[in-house]
Structure formats: C-alpha cells, structure tokens
Ligand binder design. Structure first.
Ligand code: ADP
Length: 377
C-alpha cells in the first residue's frame, strides 16, 4: 500500500486531500467538544427548561445528549461527503496533472530510443504568460527535443561530410599506389609528389577537424594581450608575402593613425588573418590585388581583407562559413581547401566577442571579409 502511494502521484494527491479532511474534522470535533457544553448552556438550556416544564420526564441532560448526537451525526455526514469530494477532486486533478507527466515520460523514453522527432502537444494556443508550470515544462521539453534533434542531424551530416572528404584523397592515393604496383604508373618524383600532396591534404583535413571540434566544444583558453592592429596584419603579411610574389598578386596594407590597439589572443587572431589573406590569394588570379585595411571605430576595430578575385555569388555569401562549404567545389579541392577554414575563423572571431562577415558584389567582382572586434572583449 505504502509503495503504491509512493509510486503514484494520483494516490499521493488523494492521500494529501484525505489528510486535510481528517485534520479538519479532528480540529472541528475538538473545538466542538470544548464549545458545545457552553453553547448548549447559553442557547438550549433555557429551552430545555421550558420543555422540561411542559413534558415531564425530559431532563436537560437528555436534551444535551441528543444535541450532541445530532452534532456528531452531522459531522460524520460532512466527513463522508468531504471524503467523496476528495475522491472526485483527486481523480480530476490527478488526471490533469498525471496525464501530461505520463505523456512526458513516454516522450522521454521515445527520445532515449533515438526518436528525436518526438514532441509534446501544448494545450490550446496559449501565450507564455497564460501557461501553467506543466504547459511551460512541455514547452521547455519540446525545445530540448528540438535541440537534440538538431544536434543529431548535425552529427549525422558531419559523419557524412567527413566520409565524403576522406573518400577523394584516399581513392586518389589508392589509384596511384595501384598504378605503381601494377607498373602502369612509372615510379617518378612526380608520381610520389602527387601521393604526398594527397596525404598532406588528409593531414590538414584531420587537424582542421580536430581544431573545429575543440573550438565548437569551447575546449580552449584565450591568451589575451593588447596588440596593435599593425602587428597583427604584419604577421600575416610576413607569412604570405613570398606566395603573393610567386603568384603575381600585389598585397597592400592601409592603417589609420594612431593605430588602434585590440585585446586578442595573438596566435588565434593571427590564424584568422592568415586564413583570410590566404583565401584572398587563392581566389585572386595573377595580376590581381589584395588590400588589408585596418580601421578604428568608436568602440571597436575593423580589419577588412579586400581582393579583386573571383568573388562570391550573393546567394552563396551566407554559406561560406558553413563547414565543408566551397563555392566552387572542384577549384577549392584542387587548391587543397577543406572548406573548414572560414568556419574556424568565424568561431575564433566570435570567441573574442567580434564578428566576421563576407561581402561580394558577385562573381568575378572581388570579395571583402570584415573582422569586427570590440576594443576590449
Ligand atoms: P577553403 O579551405 O576551401 O578555402 P574556407 O572555409 O576558407 O575553405 O572557404 C570556404 C569557401 O569560401 C571557399 O572554398 C571559397 O569557395 C569561398 N571563399 C573564401 N574566401 C574567398 C575569397 N576571398 N574569394 C572568393 N571565394 C572565397
């Protein structure tokens, strides 16, 4: 019995009503016990006297006993009626409380089984401030289920994307190796170099993925320090100037005076700039121009990387920060890009409280990537 009460919310509600009724009746009975004799003396005794005078043999004591019996009987009837009401009310309330909790339990176990589309019905078209706690719990539950659903979809997509990204270099390596083994491909430095490039691509993809998972999980610590925009920009230029010269793309910088100072993790922000300036080189044909412009605004600093390259069609602009996304798949793949660079760059800029935006008037009209950083994060 005790176990049944412990494990059923409906029974618990019923018992709680019962306790209230029993306590109420006990208090009433005790109060009546104390109050009845005096109330009887005050209201009924004179009447009993009169009746006793009229009807011989009926004493005041008899009247008191009858009065008390009548009172006890009404108390008993009231307690039975209250008991019946308690049963009905507890059934009604427990239906209203227990039914949603039960459906929540059922939905939880469906989700645990991997059915992430499971949602709870929210009664009526209630506004947030009209909902009781149970309806609000159902809304929160649905939000949690939607987040889980989204995470699961992303996880599935990620596995698919990674498998897809691994397949191409692996089949190229396998094809080259088979050619070498069968003697179809002559062992030459070029053949080995081709294999080396694919292995290098794989290695970069794996380390990009590792870094992406670390930033997405927030498993990093920013080593913040104050640094001038000029030093940040010079770092990227120093690393890439030779490659620009080699390709025949001019690289310029433009800085305001005084040069704004930012509080950033130099390595991470340097990596962001390296990615943007590297992309600008990759997507700008020989003879083109890339400008890195630093600017100080009231409460933030901006670095714009502007190129005169192949540009990005407007409809693809919002997608360039999506992992594995490349506007021109074959071109980027040939260039060795995994399509994760901008995803990681955006994460790093946002980790500093800033934003990274892409803009382009359209294909073949150049692109501009803007890093916006607060002066103090
Ligand atoms: P990847 O490693 O392929 O360069 P990114 O995440 O850095 O990956 O860039 C994603 C895609 O965005 C690129 O494949 C390219 O299509 C597009 N993109 C990035 N930068 C530029 C740019 N400066 N000009 C034109 N397209 C660009």
């Amino acid at each position: 019995m005790l176990n049944a009460i412990r494990s059923h919310l409906g029974l618990k509600l019923f018992v709680s009503y019962l306790v209230v009724i029993v306590v109420g009746a006990a208090v009433l009975a005790t109060a009546a016990e104390l109050a009845i004799p005096r109330a009887f003396d005050r209201h009924m005794a004179p009447m009993g006297q009169m009746m006793g005078d009229m009807m011989s043999g009926t004493s005041g004591t008899d009247l008191f006993v009858s009065y008390r019996a009548a009172f006890t009987e009404s108390l008993l009837i009231a307690a039975i009626a209250a008991f019946a009401v308690a049963v009905v009310v507890s059934i009604f309330v427990s239906r209203r409380v227990v039914a949603p909790v039960r459906s929540m339990m059922a939905a939880t176990s469906r989700i645990a089984e991997g059915h992430y589309r499971e949602r709870l019905a929210i009664p009526g078209n209630l506004q947030a401030d009209e909902m009781d706690e149970l309806a609000q719990l159902a809304v929160s539950f649905n939000q949690m289920a939607a987040t889980l659903d989204q995470t699961e979809t992303l996880r599935r997509e990620l596995i698919g994307d990674v498998a897809h990204e691994l397949r191409t270099p692996l089949s190229t390596i396998k094809g080259s190796m088979e050619g070498l083994i069968d003697g179809v491909v002559q062992p030459s430095p070029e053949a080995y170099h081709q294999i080396y490039l694919e292995v290098d691509r794989l290695q970069r993809l794996v380390s990009d993925l590792q870094e992406l998972s670390r930033v997405e999980a927030g498993a990093y610590h920013l080593e913040l320090k104050t640094i001038g925009l000029g030093d940040l920009i010079d770092g990227a230029i120093a690393r890439l100037q030779d490659q620009y010269d080699e390709k025949g793309v001019t690289l310029e910088k433009e800085l305001p005076s005084p040069i704004p100072q930012v509080v950033v993790d130099e390595d991470r922000m340097g990596q962001v700039l390296l990615n943007l300036v590297g992309n600008a080189l990759q997507f700008t044909p020989a003879g083109g121009q890339v400008r890195i412009v630093g600017e100080g605004l009231a409460d933030r600093a901006q670095i714009r990387v502007e190129d005169t390259g192949i540009g990005i069609p407007r409809e693809y602009l919002p997608r360039v920060f999506t992992r594995f996304y490349r506007v021109e798949k074959s071109r980027a793949r040939a260039g060795g890009g995994s399509g994760i660079g901008l995803t990681i760059a955006k994460h790093w800029v946002e980790a500093h409280g800033g934003s990274l935006l892409a803009d382009s008037p359209g294909a073949n009209s150049g692109s501009t990537f803007t890093v916006d950083l607060p002066l103090s994060p």
